[in-house]
Design a binder for this molecule. Structure first.
Ligand code: ATP
Ligand code: MG
Length: 362
């Protein structure tokens, strides 16, 4: 556990970046720091590995005051990932990942074979091992950054906006992979972002910072969205928080059968809307048979409907229903194979059902 006890950081020019901060980041969990620019997130993070020293207060790791530890030794147990990955530009991917283990005395062969293993874990093809960072996409660089931080197998990982320099789709992939990886590794992670969506998606607990370096609220994502402490937090978690909170709510919604068709086949003429499936049974979108005079071709498919998971959060199912031109949400299994459709009113009924169960339980 990482413990902040009344930690204040005042820079020599008088700027108070962190003001009397007390919080705990539990072992094996993801604690997210979120807040507007300049509210002290990075400063707080960098005090954990002593790249910045507090002006007052104490930081403890498993009860030991880190001020009393050797800084170099402390950092060996702490992986650090930053925005744009911060890779060594003149070293190959493989050499970037093996740098720390080599410094720690691991022999070259063992370090390299572990690096290849780690690259695979973070979703990097081993064919990239000999490239230089500027020969990689932003998302690939971030993956190398994560692999490098994991290379020494540190129990603690500090991550400062690691996914913010990539496009939304790559970002989502990185987030999913990060959660899968954490599921296996159980690191103690402190993760900084200014994106509230990322915070509630990744955090076991979320610390909302306010400008001036004060802690506005520390809570689970669910409680943060349901019960913001004050107007600042309410404003920060945003207008869509009711919708966002559905990301934590799962519940059975009745799935109904729907007519389907594959590309190059003729759609059944008796239905107003028909679901188009690819060769793997994944839904591509919808067609209106009465507007077609031949087999279904790719350009005639209404795309853009999102696909909810049958066992996934209600947020995804509601969005699927709302984004569908047919007024029926597409639902798939975990492999993405089409299962059927949900009606918006059925999703709303499930949301109300979940609320009543919560109310009854409290
Ligand atoms: N070395 C420094 N000297 C003086 N002030 C500093 C120094 N480093 C940071 N600050 C100030 O401390 C405050 C907090 O900075 P910090 O980098 O921790 O914010 P942040 O929450 O990480 O912001 P962002 O979201 O923009 O990364 C800011 O007002 C910043 O200008
Ligand atoms: Mg920062």
């Amino acid at each position: 556990m990482i413990t902040f006890e009344s930690v204040t950081k005042r820079f020599p020019d008088g700027t108070v970046a962190v003001d009397d901060l007390s919080l705990e980041a539990p072992m094996g969990r993801i604690t997210v720091f979120v807040g507007p620019s300049g509210c002290g997130k990075t400063t707080t993070l960098r005090m954990i590995n002593r790249m910045i020293e507090p002006s007052s207060g104490r930081i403890l790791i498993d009860g030991d005051d880190i001020a009393a530890l050797d800084a170099a030794r402390l950092r060996r147990g702490i992986g650090y990932v930053i925005q744009n990955a911060g890779l060594f530009p003149h070293r190959t991917v493989l050499d970037n990942v093996t740098t720390v283990p080599r410094l720690l005395g691991e022999d070259r062969k063992a370090a390299r074979s572990r690096a290849v293993d780690l690259m695979e874990r973070v979703g990097l093809d081993s064919s990239l091992a000999d490239r230089y960072p500027n020969q990689l996409s932003g998302g690939q660089q971030q993956r190398v950054g994560v692999a490098r931080a994991l290379a020494a197998d540190p129990p603690i990982m500090l991550m400062d906006e690691p996914f913010s320099a990539v496009d939304p789709i790559v970002r989502e992939q990185l987030q999913e992979e990060f959660l899968r990886l954490q599921d296996e590794l159980d690191k103690t992670i402190v993760f900084v972002t200014h994106d509230i969506d990322e915070a509630v998606k990744l955090g076991d607990q979320v610390a909302v910072f306010a400008v001036g370096g004060t802690l506005a609220q520390l809570d689970t994502p669910r409680r943060l969205l349901d019960n913001p402490n004050d107007d600042f937090v309410a404003d920060f978690v945003g207008r869509d928080r009711g919708f966002r909170a559905l990301g934590f709510e799962s519940s059975r919604v009745p799935i109904e059968a729907a007519p389907t068709v594959r590309l190059d086949e003729r759609a059944p003429a008796d239905a107003p809307w028909v679901v188009v499936l690819d060769a793997d049974d994944r839904p591509l979108g919808w067609v209106e048979p009465h507007r077609l005079d031949g087999p279904v071709t790719s350009p005639v498919v209404h795309r853009g409907s999102t696909v909810g998971r049958a066992d996934g959060p209600l947020r995804g199912l509601l969005d699927a229903a709302l984004s569908s031109p047919a007024g029926l949400g597409l639902v798939a299994d975990d492999e993405g194979r089409f299962l059927g459709t949900v009606r918006p009113e059925a999703v709303l009924a499930a949301i109300e059902g979940a609320r009543l169960r919560r109310e009854a339980a409290s």
